[in-house]
Design a protein around this ligand. Structure first.
Ligand SMILES: [Zn+2]
Length: 459
């Protein structure tokens, strides 16, 4: 375990704050896990006289990265399955195993609590080495929730986790509501390490399998009456569940990929918004990459609906999608259009079923390269460096229901930061893809330090 930083400390470096009023600073001061001052070196030192001054040998210090869609326990189990309790020998080995297109758990029996705890012990350091400080785990069953609570209580949770409960909707909305209502818990319960997220619902299928719900039939299924794709929950049931969530203060995250599905989900939310305004609840379209319309974007912005976007999915599936839908599919995952319409977007990976390395996500969002592609897909939709970093910091913080406390380096924010080997706002996308997280801190405590990085030293 790396050395812990002192509870009060001043961190000096090329600080990228992600705060519009002061985008760059020379230093920040941290007291008891919270940033208390940001500014010049002198200003930060004056805020905490006598506190140790740390100066990581980094090209930039940025807010810790947050993945707004990462199945953390599945990723951990995938490592446990591949390597056993000893875990991977290197970051490269870990990433190769995580990226393998195999199930995350090959054994017949469900993982035990002990195995889940081991899985968490294996995966968290890997992700901290990539600069990640938090995730939204976007579909958590009771055994997974129990493992998070156990890890937290043992002091073994170093990643901030927002688990989204995933009720069974196969028996209809009433049964799901009864299950959720159980003990009266709501989104927001917990603390800054482990906080209950929104209700996860699957509305349609997937682009890769040609069953996301489109407005038109999939070309390969033009004669099939259900050729537009799957709708996994009837609209009336979805409306009932959404209305209950809004009234009761539950957030929601809805897996919806295709334009026909996005139309239906936003239409339902527009209806319930008339009775219970949903702005501020963090209602989220998860994926929403296939043919979202300008009208969808305008409505999402008006309702305060957020989007969880995954550059990794476009990277992996862009060519497959173009094969099914033709050149129009090259505009899939138009993050810049959502942002341009004023919609909050969180960056993420959908790991471990898609590459979970945030460096790949930052690179893909800026290049729109696709695996085996002849050229980038719709390069006019590339994000600029600030936008790319924003979706993984302030954007994902909002999807973690922690805007104002996470995602930026400003007074009152948690001291979650990562010291990087390059400045991600000036470096080329290729350099960002290869950068190193030299040190990663969660709440002012180092959770990763490369050998030779200096901030962990007792000076
Ligand atoms: Zn997922």
């Amino acid at each position: 375990m790396p050395n812990q930083l002192a509870p009060n400390q001043v961190i000096v470096g090329n600080v990228i704050t992600m705060e519009p009023e002061r985008p760059r600073a020379e230093a920040f001061a941290v007291a008891a896990g919270t940033v208390v001052a940001v500014g010049s070196r002198e200003e930060a030192i004056a805020a905490l006289p006598g506190a140790p001054v740390q100066e990581p040998e980094a090209a930039a210090i940025v807010p810790g990265l947050i993945d707004s869609h990462l199945h953390l326990q599945w990723a951990g189990l995938k490592l446990l399955d591949a390597f056993g309790e000893a875990g991977p020998g290197s970051l490269a080995e870990a990433l190769t195993a995580l990226d393998a297109e195999v199930p995350h758990w090959s054994r017949e029996e469900e993982p035990t609590l002990a195995e889940r705890l081991t899985a968490l012990r294996l995966i968290q350091p890997v992700l901290h080495r990539l600069g990640l400080v938090g995730v939204v785990d976007p579909a958590v069953v009771p055994a997974e929730m129990s493992a998070y609570i156990a890890a937290r209580n043992r002091g073994e949770l170093t990643m901030r986790v927002v688990p989204m409960p995933h009720p069974d909707v196969s028996a209809g909305a009433d049964a799901a509501i009864a299950a959720l209502d159980g003990v009266g818990a709501r989104t927001g319960l917990g603390d800054e390490l482990l906080r209950l997220g929104g209700v996860k619902v699957y509305f349609d299928g997937e682009g890769k399998n040609g069953n996301a719900l489109r407005r038109e039939p999939w070309p390969e299924r033009a004669d099939d009456p259900e050729g537009r794709g799957w709708q996994r929950l009837p609209t009336e049931e979805f409306l009932k569940l959404s209305a209950w969530c809004a009234r009761e203060g539950w957030s929601m995250g809805v897996h919806v990929v295709g334009g026909g599905g996005i139309d239906a989900v936003l239409d339902a939310w527009l209806k319930i918004d008339a009775e219970t305004p949903i702005a501020g609840l963090g209602f989220t379209l998860i994926h929403a990459y296939l043919e979202p319309s300008p009208a969808n974007m305008e409505l999402a912005a008006r309702l305060g609906v957020l989007v969880a976007a995954q550059p990794s999915i476009h990277w992996r599936n862009g060519v497959n999608l173009e094969g099914r839908l033709g050149p129009g599919a090259r505009t899939a995952n138009p993050i810049s259009s959502w942002l341009g319409a004023g919609v909050g977007v969180g960056g993420g990976s959908d790991g471990p079923y898609f590459p979970l390395d945030p460096r790949l996500g930052l690179w893909q969002a800026r290049t729109r390269e696709v695996t085996d592609g002849d050229a980038p897909h719709a390069p006019e939709l590339c994000l600029d460096p600030e936008q790319a970093l924003a979706i993984y910091t302030t954007g994902s913080a909002a999807l973690s229901l922690a805007g104002g406390r996470r995602g930026a380096l400003a007074p009152g924010q948690a001291a979650d930061w990562v010291a990087l080997s390059v400045d991600p706002l000036t470096a080329s996308p290729a350099a960002v893809r290869e950068m190193t997280a030299l040190e990663t801190a969660v709440g002012g405590r180092l959770v990763h330090a490369e050998p030779g990085a200096t901030a962990g030293g007792a000076r």
